[in-house]
Write a protein that binds this ligand. Sequence first.
Ligand code: AMP
Ligand code: MG
Length: 325
Amino acid sequence: MKTIQVDPGRPDPAAIQQAAALLRAGGLVAFPTETVYGLGANALDPEAVARIYAAKRRPSYNPLIVHVPDAAAAQALAADWPAHAAACAAAFWPGPLTLVVAKHARVPDAVTAGLSRVALRVPAHPVAQALLRAAELPVAAPSANRSSELSPTLARHVEKSLEAAVDLILDAGPASVGIESTVIDLSGSAPILLRPGSIPQMALERVLGPVSLPGSAGKPGEARPSPGMLDRHYAPRAELRLFTPCGVLDVRPDYTVGALLLTTQVMAQFPVRMPADPDGYAQRLYAELHRLDDAGCDLILVERVADTPEWAGVRDRLERAARRG
Ligand code: AMP
Ligand code: MG
C-alpha cells in the first residue's frame, strides 16, 4: 500500500494517471470524494469488484455504488433513464446524491449483488472527477473501511482500516460532507429515499414531488428494500449510546468514556462539543468517533440530535452506530 498526497483542488496529473492505471489493471484505489473516502475498482471487471468485497469483508448481498464523471456516463449504465433521474442529475450532480435505476446489461451482477437495479453517483470532488475521467471507466466504490465500521473521512482512517488490501491511497485531506451520500430509488413508480444524507428530503421533493421512505413505500409488494442498510453500520469499536439530556446515565465506573455533546455536559474523560448545525456536525462526526476510538474509549455517549428533517442523515448514522450486533 502506498499513500500519495494530492492537492484537493488541483491534483497532480501524474498521481491521477498512476491511480487510473491501477484501476484499469484491476487494482484497488482509495480516493477522496466529498462524502467519505471511497475504495474504488473497475465496475466492469467482476474480479476487481470481488477484491472490494474481500478487502472490506463486505457481505455479498450489499451492492456497490458506481461512480461516473457525468450524467451521460450514468445514463449509459442504466437500462432506463426516467425523467426523475434526469431531473435529479440536473439539480444535484455532481454532488452527494446516489440514484438507483434499472441496470444496463453491461453492469456485472457482482456490482449490484445480483439486483436488477444499479446505484449511480457523480461525485463533485475534483480528485474523484479527475480520476474518473483519467480512468475512462465506471468505478465501483463503497466507503474505504471494513464493513460495518466507521467510514473514513481522512486518508489516515483508510490506512488504519484496510492496510495492505489497497494498492494506492490518494490523500487530499478531510472530506467536506463527512457522511455517505443520500440514496434514492427511482426504479419504481414513486421515488423512495433509501438512505438519508446531507441533501434534505425537502430539497429532493422540490425536484421529484413526494418522496416516500422504505417500508411506507408504494403499493403492497412493490417495496424495494436496500440490502445492507438494515444492519448495524457506521459503528465505532467502542459502545455508542445515545442519550437525552436529563435522563439517567448508567455508566460502569471503570469505563473510559467519550461524549459528543450539543447542549449539555456529562462526566467523560473525552468530551467533544459538536457543531449545532447538521452540516457542521456531519463533517466532524466520523473524525471525532475515530479519535475517541483511538483514545481507547470503551463507551461513547452521544447526545441525541433534533428529530427534524434536516438532521435525518446524521440521526440515521447515529442510530445505526448505536445498534448492537
Ligand atoms: P456504501 O457505498 O458502503 O456507503 O453503501 C452503499 C449503499 O447503497 C448500500 O447500503 C447499498 O445497500 C445501497 N445500494 C447500492 N446499490 C444498490 C441497489 N442496486 N439497490 C438498492 N440499494 C443499493
Ligand atoms: Mg460504507
